[in-house]
Ligand binder design. Structure first.
Ligand code: 5GP
Ligand code: ZN
Length: 113
């Protein structure tokens, strides 16, 4: 398995986890773009959001529930946070195992770059 995030799940590559359950792992982004920058990933390998199947619908909901919990635990929920999932190259996807970016701790701009 050559997937970077599968290797993080198997602990072959170390990370700084902030949340884990049977289906989800969340860890600090290596190159944070905001004071809080967490990646929330399913333990199931799904390459891009285009590959999400009906059977994954509950899992995707669990990713957002994890983001909500982490935002609340880190005290950024009230001020606000951004969740982003990039799909394919134009959007800037560089790791092809879906991940929800949770960004918070500063004012975000719109439109994104
Ligand atoms: P993408 O560009 O695919 O939406 O997001 C990939 C993210 O993974 C980037 O924000 C990047 O900083 C992060 N990243 C890449 N390699 C590693 C790694 O080995 N460890 C961690 N914790 N984050 C990584
Ligand atoms: Zn993977």
């Amino acid at each position: 398995m050559s997937c970077l995030f599968c290797k993080i799940i198997s602990k072959e590559i170390p990370s700084k986890p902030v949340y884990e359950d049977d289906n989800i792992l969340a860890f600090e982004d290596l190159n944070p773009q905001a004071p809080v920058h967490i990646l929330i990933i399913p333990k199931k390998h799904i390459s891009t959001s285009l590959d999400i199947k009906d059977e994954d619908n509950e899992l995707i909901g669990q990713m957002f529930q994890a983001a909500n919990k982490i935002a609340q635990d880190k005290g950024v929920a009230e001020n606000g946070f951004r969740t982003v999932m990039n799909c394919n190259l134009d959007a800037g996807q560089t790791v092809f195992h879906i991940h929800l970016h949770l960004l918070a701790g500063r004012t975000m701009h719109w439109p994104p770059g």
